[in-house]
Design a protein around this ligand. Structure first.
Ligand SMILES: [Zn+2]
Length: 437
């Protein structure tokens, strides 16, 4: 048992000892919702130019909008781009900030999401879980140590032939269940709550057509994290870099002393990148990197695409300067060739913004505590819908949704962790109302 596992086991015992912490009268239907949503295929497609990238994502969007309308949310709708919006009206006369809860409806292109056959292992008693549809697929305790914290819980898996889609239909089901609870219990005081379900998060386009003006929220939370209790308030800052090289073309038969080959220049630039540091394969934790993601070219022109990642602006600037130095060094040997280096901002570490609004993250931590869990803050070596929303002016940390082994056939989530996320949402709404004047 790892130190972290011990902490979590202790946390779970404390839930039993302090039942009042979790004693919201929630009649949980989150599992039943989740099972309903995962069988709807919503795989996104990075090669499609449309929004949503796949029309089938709207199948789930239509179900969600209709269920929200049935709950009584009159403005609930699916828009033409595949986004679902809805408003839970305030139950208080206090001036409470407008909170949005957000999850993505699509599943990853890496693994099939068609004909998902969810299985529920009720009252899990430990041990490996063999998936019935493919004997080679086994969720092993040795590879999934979080299973040790799930004894007695109901664990949902697939049959082993597809992904499950807990990423992020767990988040969708949790927000839906919390909405239902809040609507059915108007005695619970909260401000206006906005719901946003997005398509195409897995292909990096989840925010492209989000209408933040229409949404009208002051800040948001994505429910798209993993282990129960997790709260992520930090992501990479990200730039894209494009190098376009203009070489000198001549007939190869008469090229001596004249030709400057754009492909060879591009190769030399890539070869000059650091070998033992500053790459995804040599870094972890807080370290950033410069990473080529594409190259194309011919004799006369070549283009190299790279991504630059760091947790700080200063780190991004240093890496851009390093890239510039490398290019200048190589270009000295090609006096008649030219190049351009364009750096484009992609997204920024949400912490830069969230640090200015400490209540957003602190209240989420408090809500997780009230839901009976120990909040664990962590950072993401990547971006989320939330980092882009934060960049666009809607501060948005990420709360756990409970799923594990994302994008794989071994994906799993427990009903109890999803219930904890539902409680977290409800408590969070209550906390902001308590604090309001
Ligand atoms: Zn996700």
């Amino acid at each position: 048992m790892s130190a972290r596992t011990r902490v979590e086991a202790r946390t779970r015992r404390s839930i039993a000892r302090y039942p009042s912490v979790t004693s919201l009268p929630i009649n949980h239907t989150v599992l039943e919702r989740f099972l309903r949503y995962v069988v709807i295929d919503t795989q996104s497609d990075p090669t499609s130019p449309t929004c949503p990238s796949t029309e089938k994502q709207k199948d789930l969007g239509r179900v969600l909008a209709s269920e929200l309308r049935d709950m009584g949310l009159k403005d609930a709708h699916l828009d033409e781009h595949g986004y679902v919006y809805a408003t839970i009206p305030a139950t208080t006369s206090k001036k409470v900030p407008v909170i949005c809860f957000c999850s993505h409806m699509d599943t990853a292109p890496d693994c099939s999401g068609k004909n998902v056959k969810p299985q529920v292992v009720k009252n899990y008693q430990g041990g490996d879980i063999a998936l019935p549809g493919d004997k080679a697929q086994i969720i092993r305790v040795s590879e999934h140590p979080e299973l040790a914290n799930q004894i007695g819980n109901d664990i949902v898996t697939t049959d082993g032939t597809t992904l499950l889609g807990a990423d992020d239909k767990a988040g969708v089901a949790e927000i839906m269940d919390a909405a239902k609870f809040l609507i059915d219990n108007p005695q619970i005081k909260h401000g206006t709550i906005k719901i946003l379900f997005t398509p195409d998060e897995e292909i990096g386009r989840g925010v492209d057509k989000a209408d933040l003006k229409k949404l009208g929220a002051d800040f948001a939370y994505t429910l798209d994290g993993s282990t129960a209790g997790q709260l992520e308030d930090e992501t990479f800052s990200a730039d894209g870099a494009t190098i376009v090289i203009q070489g000198v073309s001549t007939h190869p038969g008469t090229a001596k002393g004249k030709m400057e080959h754009a492909i060879k220049i591009a190769s030399r630039i890539i070869d000059a990148l650091p070998k033992d540091t500053c790459s995804p394969e040599t870094t972890e934790g807080r370290e950033g990197f410069v990473h080529p993601t594409g190259i194309s070219g011919a004799l006369e022109n070549a283009t190299v695409q790279l991504i630059v990642r760091d947790f700080t602006e200063q780190g991004l600037r240093q890496k851009a300067a390093m890239l510039q130095d490398i290019i200048d060094g190589v270009m000295k040997d090609y006096p008649r060739s030219t190049y351009t280096l364009t750096i484009k901002e992609q997204y920024r570490n949400m912490k830069q913004v969230l640090d200015d609004h400490p209540a957003i993250v602190d209240n989420a931590a408090e809500a997780i505590r009230r839901a009976g869990l120990k909040p664990v803050r962590s950072r993401i070596r990547g971006g989320t819908d939330g980092s882009r929303l934060t960049s666009l002016g809607l501060p948005c940390p990420n709360i756990f949704a409970g799923g594990h082994a994302f994008h794989s056939r071994l994906e799993w989530v427990s009903a109890q962790d999803m219930q904890a996320a539902v409680r977290t949402i409800v408590h969070l709404a209550m906390i902001f109302e308590e604090q309001a004047a």
